[in-house]
Design a binder for this molecule. Structure first.
Ligand SMILES: [Zn+2]
Ligand SMILES: [Zn+2]
Length: 354
């Protein structure tokens, strides 16, 4: 089936009727099948997927189900395609789209809110009250590709234009897949009230979000940026990304180290990305009075929290949930991120260049 007449395409970017897509069967079972290429609606484009990163959350979904929510339930045996950290090239513009053109390189964020609930109208579309409502008679148009709607482990996907950003020519496909992760760190710092240059930050936990948190905090002018963690190789990467100090918590007490590095004052912000059991209590001891803590990861079990300490010191605690954030499990051969390049798409590019 060709694209409908009101969808703009270009001969240089031919679109097949079907594509290869990975779909989730029983827990842990992915199979490669043929699916129809999806058709973009109003305010949507069709993206040819050129590269995708594999996230710990993808593995969580594939093996356990949540936080994916397909037709109100678990994602198994519903023909669901996971994957949410992808980038690619626009190959078709849906009706009304002139913000992006065929041939534009784009990377995606996850959430397209319904646009009509209280939270969407406040701009908080990641907390859409119609989350997961995109089917049957509760179709509110909400999309979170790779969570509630089909994601990027395939050749083509439809994205709302509000979920896209242009990719600069000098940025590689692989780098562009990291935008979601960097955006998570940036969102964390924004939710804390917006960092002012010269304010001090601790990032605990050098997983993908923590490491990019260091880079984002430094880019925003934070001073100093202190990274804490347990693995020296990750802490070294943190230094390259701009950490002024790194603390290996296996060798020294993180709270004491932060106090020492800040002349006993503590820092203005802690971005807690470790999910450690004592993460919040330690963070409270690292911030100064009136300081702010952003929880971008959480422990698996319930943990006691010293609420009196938080209250006495006027400490603010924020939780963020751009995607379900877990302590990164992607420790296979110590990979920070695994990115898959779409060979088929590259072959297609070669054909187009002939
Ligand atoms: Zn992710
Ligand atoms: Zn909404």
């Amino acid at each position: 089936m060709a694209m409908p007449e009101d969808v703009k395409t270009q001969p240089d970017f031919p679109i097949p009727d079907t594509m290869k897509a990975w779909v989730l069967g029983d827990p842990g079972q992915l199979s490669l099948v043929d699916k129809p290429v999806p058709v973009p609606g109003r305010a949507e484009v069709l993206v040819r997927i050129d590269a995708i990163a594999v996230c710990a959350t993808d593995l969580e979904i594939i093996y356990h189900g949540p936080p994916a929510l397909i037709e109100g339930g678990d994602p198994f045996n519903k023909g669901f395609t996971p994957g949410h950290e992808y980038m690619g090239t626009v190959v078709a513009q849906g009706p009304g789209v002139d913000e992006y053109k065929v041939g534009d390189r784009v990377t995606v964020e996850i959430h397209a809110g319904c646009g009509q609930c209280k939270r969407c109208r406040e701009g908080m579309y990641t907390a859409c009250h119609n989350y997961g409502m995109n089917y049957g008679d509760v179709n509110k148009g909400h999309r979170a590709n790779g969570f509630t709607t089909d994601g990027g482990f395939c050749e083509y996907q439809v994205n709302h234009i509000n979920t896209l950003v242009h990719v600069a020519d000098e940025m590689s496909d692989e780098e562009a897949t990291l935008v979601v992760t960097a955006g998570t760190s940036l969102y964390g710092l924004t939710e804390l009230g917006g960092l002012v240059a010269g304010e001090s930050v601790v990032v605990s936990g050098p997983g993908p979000i923590g490491l990019l948190g260091v880079a984002v905090a430094k880019a925003m002018g934070a001073q100093p940026v202190i990274l804490t963690g347990t693995r020296d190789n990750r802490l070294e990467i943190g230094k390259k990304l701009g950490a002024d100090h790194v603390v290996n918590v296996r060798n020294e007490d993180a709270v004491e180290a932060v106090r020492r590095l800040t002349d006993g004052k503590g820092v203005d912000y802690v971005l807690e990305c470790s999910g450690a059991t004592n993460g919040l209590n330690d963070a409270a001891k690292m911030v100064n009075r009136g300081g702010k803590i952003c929880l971008a990861a959480f422990p698996q079990e319930e943990v006691p929290v010293d609420v009196a300490y938080l209250v006495r010191n006027n400490i603010y605690v924020y939780g963020i949930l751009p995607e379900a954030l877990r302590y990164a499990k992607d420790r296979v051969e110590d990979a920070i991120k695994v990115v898959v390049k779409n060979e088929h798409a590259m072959g297609r590019k070669a054909v187009a260049a002939e």
